[in-house]
Ligand binder design. Structure first.
Ligand code: GDP
Ligand code: MG
Length: 446
């Protein structure tokens, strides 16, 4: 996949959102920072990165729409901003037979290679395609095109000894009329200088191409903006063929820069071979880049685990200052779906430093069932105030439920541990505010 590095950094950031239990400013800040790092590494213009960061922060403040969780909202915001950055609309070449496409671009940007790619692409789709070499500056250029033509079995017109590209065109013009698609290779230079500009203008005037495609190497990153702008003003390009996406970490910058100029990126070159071509559908591309499919699955999964019902109850218990054995049971059940509390705590900003007892709320399912039986043999008072369970009461409960007193004791130990943990940590009494914060956090609301 192209843009591997950018893709994996962005995916990692979004996975953080999907896995987070709470979307708060701290998480948003963290995500924005991850995003900035990924985009800057991909050579996206600093100013653009800054604007995106601000917009994400602003949009994340809004209340999510009905039925949408805060996490989904944040992922959507990031997705929207990136689509906006790399190009939102899908543009396609519309081929009207006979269709002439002239390729322009800097020297070595991939014009000749990309023409062969496009020739193969359209001939596979049933078009009668030909190529014509008007790069008369380098003696090896027409031969390169011809060799490619032989390889992909596409008819190629060249004139080895002719120095004037227009003359080459005129020589073959009539013969070209019987093709559906005529791909025209032109010369490039190290920069768009006056002479090259003049040549392109002259060719454009005489050939009247339906499209002028700029071949642009993605490894120039944000410098693409200047190149696209230059070619656009001098000859009015209608689209971009972005090459060398396979070998650069800067492609994000190139795509973003190209998007600013409003010349649509139509194709991507992803290797040296003629078949290494992809059409560019920005939204699909970005979904793939971000692993949106994976993310959706991840969101679904976490949603299942975070059942609100149980957690609401717990919150209520905390608010009322009550925590019963029933709450313990429900909470352990919820934890069984979510995984160890220590893992969940890692995801709560500011909570990861708190030392959690290793086995807090970690009870095997079989054992939990037996605890449940024991609870059924308890009175309401015992359930609500397990402190009142004396050894004679314990014996009664054990007999009634066929659960060993050892296991009932273990349950009571767990109960005390949870209560202690949420009430007092490290012998220090937690402030009411801190307690509320944790209770609120344990709402597991998304
Ligand atoms: P031109 O001077 O603009 O016609 O550029 P060429 O088509 O001759 O390409 C210059 C070099 O870039 C050649 O070695 C190509 O094989 C290479 N190239 C072109 N497109 C791609 C691409 O998408 N990926 C990779 N890896 N190399 C490419
Ligand atoms: Mg060439």
């Amino acid at each position: 996949m192209v843009l591997d590095k950018l893709g994996s950094s962005l995916k990692a950031a979004l996975k953080k959102v999907a896995a987070a239990i709470f979307v708060d400013t701290r998480l948003i800040d963290e995500i924005v920072k991850d995003l900035q790092k990924a985009l800057l590494e991909s050579d996206v213009d600093v100013e653009l990165v800054f604007q995106i960061s601000e917009r994400i922060r602003e949009k994340a403040k809004k209340k999510p729409a009905e039925g949408i969780s805060k996490r989904e909202q944040l992922i959507q915001i990031v997705y929207d901003e990136l689509t906006e950055l790399l190009g939102k609309e899908k543009k396609e070449l519309v081929i009207k037979k006979p269709h002439k496409i002239m390729f322009v671009g800097l020297y070595g940007s991939g014009k000749t290679t990309s023409i062969a790619k496009l020739a193969l692409y359209y001939s596979k789709r049933g078009y009668k395609v030909c190529m014509i070499g008007l790069d008369t500056h380098r003696p090896a250029a027409p031969e390169q095109l011809q060799q490619l033509g032989e390889k992909i079995k596409v008819q190629t017109f060249i004139s080895k000894n002719e120095r004037d590209p227009l003359k080459v065109w005129q020589k073959y013009e009539k013969q070209l009329e019987r093709f559906d698609l005529i791909l025209i290779d032109t010369a490039g230079r190290h920069s768009l200088d006056a002479e090259l500009e003049k040549e392109i203008r002259e060719l454009k005037k005489n050939i009247k191409p339906n499209d002028i495609i700029l071949s642009l190497s993605a490894d120039i990153g944000q410098a693409a903006k200047k190149v696209v702008h230059g070619f656009h003003t001098s000859c009015g390009i209608t689209g971009i063929f972005l090459t060398r996406l396979d070998g650069t970490a800067k492609a994000g910058g190139a795509l973003a820069a190209a998007n600013i100029t409003k010349a649509p990126v139509l194709f991507l070159g992803t290797g040296e071979k003629p078949q290494d071509i992809e059409t560019f559908d920005s939204t699909a591309f970005i979904s793939r880049l971000l692993g949106m499919g994976d993310l959706r699955a991840l969101l679904e999964k976490t949603k299942l685990a975070l059942e609100e019902k149980e957690t609401k109850k717990l919150e209520k218990s905390f608010e009322e200052g009550k925590f019963t054995l029933i709450d313990l049971h429900d909470q352990i059940k919820a934890m069984q779906k979510m995984g160890p509390l220590s893992k969940i705590a890692e995801l709560i900003p500011g909570f990861s430093q708190v030392k959690l007892p290793k086995d807090l709320l970690q009870v095997q399912e079989g054992k939990l069932k037996r605890w449940h039986h024991a609870m059924e043999s308890m009175t309401k008072k015992e359930l609500e105030n397990p402190e009142t369970i004396t050894s004679s009461r314990m014996a009664r409960i054990s007999k009634g439920s066929a659960v060993s007193s050892g296991e009932i004791r273990e349950m009571l130990r767990q109960y005390k541990m949870v209560k202690k943990f949420f009430g007092i940590t490290k012998g220090k009494k937690m402030s009411q505010k801190a307690l509320q914060r944790i209770a609120k956090k344990f709402k597991f609301k998304m």
